[in-house]
Design a protein around this ligand. Structure first.
Ligand code: FAD
Length: 195
């Protein structure tokens, strides 16, 4: 292993990496040769850290979500491939009314990590009694969709990104750029399901 790869492996521990990992198992089209180094980020902190280190060491890297829009050549990727499996979903605030039956939620402000698939996002909204139908039928992850999906772009209130200087910050969708930003999470205002 060359010295740059060794440094990045040492920063998380060898057990967190796979070496020469075939990528075909991670893409929807089931194609793709091996990644020299493969890492799964489970939290935003891990995602930020691995990208910062790769940039500092000038290791070529590639980030993906659920892999429904990527095609990797049989030659594979001679660098670091990062699978985004960040999965946190947290309710930031709720609006509602107190009635004799308890607190009725009208809408909630929710932050969802970029690695969460739209399917998991819908499951979460359903579990909270929130409106999910408008998110149905969108394949892929929150992060993979944020640059592309007009509906998601129009629904998101703010987006947390890692910028090209490796600073995490909150931006509006109108300045979002795939060249400058890694999506970390999105904040959505979601209404209660009408029953
Ligand atoms: C049935 C079906 C219909 C589809 N219809 C469309 C369509 O109409 N239009 C369309 O464009 N696509 C479509 N797709 C492709 C794909 O599902 C979407 O583009 C989706 O947004 C990809 O999400 P993903 O998480 O799988 O992204 P991936 O395939 O994992 O990645 C796609 C790209 O997004 C980048 N990316 C992923 N996560 C992040 C992140 N957190 N920050 C920065 N960049 C990131 C990756 O680097 C890569 O360049 C369709 C797919 C299916 C299966």
């Amino acid at each position: 292993m060359d010295s740059k790869f060794k440094l990045i492996v040492d920063s998380f521990g060898k057990e967190r990496f796979k070496f020469d990992e075939p990528l075909k198992g991670y893409t929807a089209c089931s194609l793709g040769g091996p990644a020299r180094l493969f890492f799964i980020a489970f939290t935003q902190t891990e995602l930020i850290k691995i990208i910062k280190i790769a940039r500092q060491l000038e290791i070529p890297y590639f980030l993906f979500g659920t892999g429904t829009k990527i095609a990797i050549s049989d030659a594979g990727f001679e660098g670091l491939v990062i699978k985004n499996r960040t999965k946190n979903i947290q309710t930031l605030s709720v609006k509602g009314k107190v009635t004799k039956y308890g607190i009725g939620v009208d809408e909630a402000l929710i932050e969802v990590d970029s690695g969460v698939s739209l399917n998991k996002w819908i499951e979460y909204l359903d579990s909270q009694g929130l409106e999910s139908a408008k998110f149905a039928g969108i394949p892929g992850s929150i992060g993979g969709n944020m640059f592309l999906n007009k509906f998601l772009q129009s629904s998101v209130k703010s987006i947390k990104v890692l910028d090209s200087r490796s600073e995490a910050k909150v931006v509006n969708v109108d300045i979002l750029s795939p060249k400058r930003h890694i999506i970390l999470s999105g904040v959505f205002r979601v209404k209660a399901k009408i029953i």
